[in-house]
Ligand binder design. Structure first.
Ligand code: ZN
Length: 97
């Protein structure tokens, strides 16, 4: 390499410590994912329980279950939680009687 362009690079005293957006939101101890697993996560069929890896760039809600044709939801998403909790409540209510 020719040309030395050293103009004192280490002069960044202040910095709000950027890149804090990604850290902590999700991903417990998966460091250095070289993009092999993509965005991660999975899409779930709430009807039959089919599960498939989430495709990057394609919202689960736009995917259809290959088994039963129902719309998929993102695993762990608010949608998923909502339906799950609703189901539990329904099951609970059904129990009596
Ligand atoms: Zn299904």
């Amino acid at each position: 390499m020719t040309g030395r362009n050293g103009n004192g690079g280490q002069r960044r005293a202040r910095g709000p410590g950027g890149a804090g957006d990604f850290v902590g939101a999700r991903g417990a101890g998966s460091r250095g994912c070289g993009g092999l697993m993509g965005a991660g996560g999975a899409c779930l069929c709430l009807r039959c329980g089919h599960r498939r890896p989430h495709r990057k760039g394609v919202p689960c809600l736009q995917e259809r279950c290959p088994e039963c044709g129902a719309v998929l939801v993102r695993e762990g998403s608010i949608h998923h939680q909502e339906v799950t909790s609703r189901r539990q409540t329904a099951a609970d209510a059904k129990n009596e009687g």
